[in-house]
Design a protein around this ligand. Sequence first.
Ligand code: ADP
Ligand code: MG
Length: 360
Amino acid sequence: MRHHKCGIPKNIDKKIPGSFLFIIPVFVISFNSFLFFSCVRAEPARMEFILGTICSVNLYGLGSESVYNEIFGRLREIENLMSVNIPSSEISRINAAAGIEPVRVSEETFNVIKRAVYFARLSEGAFDPSIGPVVILWGIGSGSERVPASGEIAELLPLVNWRNIELDEEAKTVFLTQCGMSLDLGAIAKGYAADEAAAIVKKALISRALIDLGGNIIITGEKKDASPWRIGVQNPEKQRGTALGYLQITAAPNESKTVVTSGTYERYFENDGIRYHHLFNPPLGYPAQNGLISVTVTADVSMDADALSTAVFVLGFEKGFALIESLDGIEAVFVFEDRSVRTTAGADFTLTDKTYFIKK
Ligand code: ADP
Ligand code: MG
């Protein structure tokens, strides 16, 4: 039972027609299969539009139709639970009950939100899953994007605060304590979905797979010739699929590794020559501006890499670099507006576009 005592500010109630939460076909790289996977001749992969992006899975001829079906069915299931654009999703139900009552959700939705809150704390709020009101206000990627007046932004800022997400572990409920708050899992749910897809691959004992959910990439197992996988890092100025360099990664049989990028070129609009992109600085309610164009994170768990790529982008190079270096088994590549590229110590990165340069 909902008691509408909660006065929802009108700009939050607004639905963006035809927009998706997870938006953007971010073909970071795997479509350069031709370039980097030439020795693993691509068997027919399957592609579908899910989670607001193009999801492609390649089982290199090792998987049956039913495994593909299971993977894509699972991705749809996650979309139905976690998309803000599906009114019956658990996230939409939590948002509709903001300031009113806790909402009981599935264990998996609960766990993704819990992990999102973990990364919010770890990044001191640079990553904040309660960014929903700001995302809706700007409408980037919705077709009706605009630069909001500073007063409009200021009005919403008190609503963006991960500390006001109450999680009850026992009851598996989520409560947004303020009217008008809303969750947006656009920066973490695709990573979770990629992990779930990889889990199906492993369960089916498929020894090699490439999963690409709009730029959230997971590889499992080894390439046929046991050479490292080469995953391109998107050149921000070129067509999707054109890399400026690549990361080499290896995974043991039945293990997986992930590469995830957050970049300003993925979803943006321009106004008076200024680019406004979709990675917001939560305390400002404004796209983060710090000289970075993209951050690519490698890790074992795609949900973590997804959250971290956004968190580190918003934190900026110095704090972001320090955060990544403090974490085991996680590396990053930073691409800057001045065409410099920096990497953490353990990243096996090769620059191929010589119009960019490595900075130590
Ligand atoms: P993409 O979805 O382009 O792959 P990200 O994983 O970086 O890239 O997610 C960006 C999305 O996350 C935005 O479209 C928005 O929905 C949400 N978002 C934007 N800024 C933040 C932030 N500071 N913290 C958490 N989520 C954010
Ligand atoms: Mg992300």
